[in-house]
Design a protein around this ligand. Structure first.
Ligand code: ADP
Length: 323
């Protein structure tokens, strides 16, 4: 492996930069040249890539977002788009590629691998829904940001005997809501993986009020069928019987931003380095992940089109803790 390109694709996640740094420095240590591709697959098509040296990736381990930029690139899902990308890679003599990104990005890398290019994927998404790894880069930082918001809302909620519904990110996977909900002592957690009706949420809030709680928190993943809108509609009809006043906070993109926590920097460093090792060993078409704190590899062909759901069994634990 003489020349390795690295790109970040799809939704940005805190820790992507630490992964770019790790790929770059692990590859340089192996004697390879490294190219950083701008704006994900769009940069492969537009041939916007620059050499990365050790100093070029200095001072980024702690930065959120991605210094390489990210973009959605629908053309890459077409065979003609991938042919253009392969032509540009060949013209520069690049013989290996590391793709740092979520499910869509790894579906793209699986296509490129199927077409014969040496690709290794690194899972990075705040949603933590990539199959083949217990945790993706950025997910636990997003949990911590959500948790900080929950903790802050709890102090104001208890001063006013209020309930707060906090909506966090997670369109298809409720990992952030589930983990932040458990860590933040939420009374109710609503996930896309497990249906809960607004009437049931209201019933639990009423129960919490009757048991003498001074505040209550509902953590809702944005993709849950019981969303904040449904909850507020139901609440408007049964406000008097619930006891708590209900307020809503939508965290939105705040959950994506900011510096990665130590766990994500360490994960990114391990996975970025493992991606280079996997390429060097000519084990192409793999996703490197972490399972039970070990580095594991799974064929990208097995990852593509699959998702990892949040462990909805933990909802029962959260329910018991809310008595
Ligand atoms: P994420 O990686 O965060 O899930 P997206 O789903 O937006 O983000 O995917 C990022 C990019 O990956 C897309 O813009 C596209 O270039 C590429 N991609 C997604 N799905 C496919 C696919 N089925 N085939 C090829 N490329 C894909």
């Amino acid at each position: 492996m003489k020349r390795i390109a690295v790109l970040t694709s799809g939704g940005d996640a805190p820790g992507m930069n630490a992964a770019v740094r790790a790929v770059t420095r692990a590859a340089l240590a192996r004697g390879a040249e490294v190219f950083g591709v701008r704006n994900g697959y769009a940069g492969l098509l537009a041939d916007t890539m620059e050499p990365l040296r050790a100093r070029d990736v200095g001072g980024i381990v702690q930065r959120g977002g991605t210094v390489l930029g990210s973009a959605r690139c629908p053309e890459f899902a077409e065979p003609s788009g991938r042919s253009a990308a392969l032509r540009n890679l060949a013209a520069r003599g690049i013989d290996g590629l590391v793709v740092i990104g979520g499910n869509g990005s790894q579906t793209g890398s699986a296509m490129l691998a199927r077409e014969g290019f040496a690709v290794v994927g690194v899972p990075s998404t705040i949603d933590n829904d990539v199959y083949g790894t217990d945790v993706s880069i950025g997910a636990d930082t997003a949990v911590n940001i959500t948790l900080e918001a929950i903790d802050r809302l709890r102090t104001t909620a208890s001063s006013h005997s209020r309930a707060f519904a906090v909506e966090t990110m997670g369109r298809d996977c409720g990992y952030i809501a589930l983990m932040a909900g458990i860590a933040g002592g939420a009374e109710v957690i609503a996930l896309p993986e497990s249906e809960i009706a607004p009437a049931e949420v209201a019933k639990r809030l009423r129960g919490a009020y009757q048991r003498g709680k001074t505040h209550a928190l509902v953590v809702i993943a944005e993709g849950a069928r019981c969303g904040v809108k449904e909850l507020m509609r139901h609440y408007a009809e049964s406000r008097d019987s619930i006891g708590f006043e209900l307020r809503v906070t939508r965290l939105g993109h705040v959950v994506r931003g900011g510096a990665p926590i130590a766990a994500d920097r360490i994960l990114a460093t391990r996975l970025g380095s493992a991606a280079v090792e996997t390429l060097v060993q000519e084990r192409h078409g793999m996703l490197v992940g972490a399972s039970r704190n070990e580095i594991v590899t799974t064929p990208l062909a097995e990852i593509a089109g699959r998702t990892r759901p949040a462990d909805a069994a933990l909802l029962e634990l959260a329910r018991v803790m809310a008595i």
